[in-house]
Design a protein around this ligand. Structure first.
Ligand SMILES: Cc1cc2nc3c(=O)[nH]c(=O)nc-3n(C[C@H](O)[C@H](O)[C@H](O)COP(=O)(O)OP(=O)(O)OC[C@H]3O[C@@H](n4cnc5c(N)ncnc54)[C@H](O)[C@@H]3O)c2cc1C
Length: 492
């Protein structure tokens, strides 16, 4: 007999994207392929989450607790075979061709099962997103070629994005703080490139990374004016991984200290020149913070679904816990909160597809190239050489600047921050409340709810603490206007 005929969410047999977001029904009339693809992405991800991730969650968490460097490579290989490691790469080039909507559906499903595993598999694509937001044709194509080759060979290829330093987390993400920060890592100009010195910390996938994308000032006394972005192969002499942190949550996703001891980086590996580093960081955050909101949504959903399953199966008085009115009200409260935040996360994803860098993949020139050229040409040496040409790269950069303006980026930082705070605070609230509902048994690892609680805390901190994200929201919505009024420029 089925012990759990109630089956919700992760435990349910069928996915339900349009049921969850009925507004998509209207969008489906206008753009059936867009919605259909997201439904397929959700169906595929839910199956993977339920069948592959869920059964291993507790064992992975415990293995990582013993050894913070532990990776379940068998699971990673399965995810790699299903191409989750190359999700954002266009299908014609060997990837899954995800839209932001597809990626959001996948992130929600994976994070509901285990946010640490979700981060291990999906955050790696942020390296590529970092290149995509600048639309640097040469860099993007180089990364795509390497990622597709590695995926096909079953070879891990990890990217890390290193901003945080021992004395500076927020400072490296925010202009006013950056102006007064004291960097603990920097790049000195030398013949043919830069020499990098210093430490970065708490870097996701840092111990696994084959490439590190790092923001560093070229003049320690003027970090704001000279922040640049560098691509550093982990095989570079002088690069070393330090401690892999023992964290309270998200243990399956490693964070590590990185040391740079006189690491030489040639000029061609300078992604963003001095002065553009903060801008680049903001552009990446304008996309990635929104995904962290979805990660929070997933954690909340995972906690709630585990709770519903538990109260359904647990006797209470003459019935079960789920029959108790106050349990029902608590569950209803959490369901409505999850539904509201889900709407915000998917709305953000669709806005990314419509207005941010994702829309560039739908420009006639890019679409025509992807449709007309065979894969061997798209991934071949001549196209890579052409894309690497300075003029071509600058033209692609101009195309992007023209279509995704600075104002759009700043608006998206604010929108992404709102979604990030909403999603990760929801994760904290719901994972805490399910422990209140379940009581003592919630502490037992086997039910997975205490893990959601630990995971939620970490999500509130990275990608900018939620306090700092709130400051971004306030500044964009109110602060800028206040400043303008104080300068006498806006009396209306
Ligand atoms: C699991 C995990 C993964 C991570 N992955 C990465 C990664 O891949 N790459 C990377 O570069 N970093 C990563 N980080 C680091 C993360 O981005 C930083 O921890 C975060 O930016 C906060 O920096 P901090 O811890 O130095 O806090 P600080 O900046 O020192 O802030 C300390 C406290 O002061 C508050 N605060 C700071 N400035 C202000 C202000 N102006 N007004 C009000 N309050 C303020 C903060 O909200 C916080 O509460 C990760 C962290 C974690 C936990």
């Amino acid at each position: 007999m089925d012990r759990d005929p109630l089956r919700v969410g992760l435990y349910a047999p069928a996915p339900d994207l349009v049921d969850l977001l009925p507004g998509l029904g209207r969008l489906r009339e206008a753009d059936p392929a867009y919605v259909k693809r997201a439904e397929q992405a959700q169906a595929m991800a839910r199956r993977f989450a339920r069948e592959e991730i869920l059964p291993r969650v507790q064992a992975i968490d415990e293995a990582c607790h013993q050894d913070p460097s532990y990776v379940d490579w068998d699971l990673w290989q399965k995810a790699n075979r299903e191409k989750y490691t190359v999700g954002f790469i266009p299908e014609r080039m060997g990837g899954m061709g995800w839209s932001a909507l597809d990626a959001t559906a996948v992130a929600e499903e994976f994070s509901a099962a285990c946010v640490g595993v979700s981060a291990l598999i999906l955050f790696n694509t942020f390296g590529l997103l970092g290149a995509m937001v600048e639309f640097r044709a040469g860099v993007v194509l180089k990364m795509i070629r390497e990622m597709v080759e590695a995926q096909r060979a079953g070879r891990p290829l990890f990217w890390s994005w290193a901003i945080t330093e021992p004395g500076a987390g927020t400072d490296v993400e925010e202009a006013r703080a950056m102006a007064t920060m004291r960097p603990s890592a920097w790049a000195d100009r030398v013949e043919g490139g830069y020499r990098i010195q210093g430490t970065k910390c708490f870097i996701t996938n840092g111990s696994l990374a084959h490439y590190v994308v790092a923001t560093l000032p070229t003049d320690r006394r003027r970090p704001l004016e000279t922040m640049a972005t560098f691509l550093i192969p982990a095989a570079s002499p002088g690069f070393r991984v330090g401690t892999v942190e023992r964290k309270c949550g998200q243990k399956a996703s490693h964070t590590a200290e990185l040391f740079f001891e006189e690491v030489f980086v040639p000029l061609e590996n300078v992604w963003e020149p001095p002065g553009r580093g903060l801008r680049h960081t903001r552009e990446i955050l304008s996309v990635t913070r929104g995904f962290i909101g979805t990660v929070g949504l997933g954690i909340a959903r995972g906690a709630l679904e585990r709770c519903i399953r538990y109260v359904y199966q647990t006797p209470f008085g003459d019935g079960r816990m789920i029959d108790v009115p106050w349990v029902q009200l608590a569950v209803a409260d959490m369901l409505q909160e999850v539904a509201a935040v889900r709407a915000a996360c998917y709305n953000f994803a669709m806005a990314l597809d419509a207005f941010h860098v994702m829309k560039l993949f739908r420009t006639p020139a890019v679409r025509a190239a992807l449709a007309a050229l065979p894969e061997r040409v798209l991934l071949g040496e001549p196209l890579a050489a052409l894309a690497g040409n300075r003029r071509v790269s600058e033209a692609a950069g101009r195309l992007k600047q023209g279509r995704v303006t600075e104002d759009t980026v700043e608006r998206f930082v604010k929108d992404a921050s709102a979604v990030k705070v909403a999603g990760t605070d929801l994760a904290m609230r719901v994972s805490c409340r399910v422990l209140d509902v379940v009581g003592l048994e919630g502490m037992a690892r086997k039910h997975g709810m205490e893990k959601c609680f630990r995971d939620a805390k970490a999500a509130q901190i990275y990608e900018g603490t939620n306090q700092v994200n709130r400051i971004d929201i306030f500044h964009r919505e109110v602060g800028r206007r206040l400043e303008s009024i104080e300068r006498g420029g806006d009396r209306g």
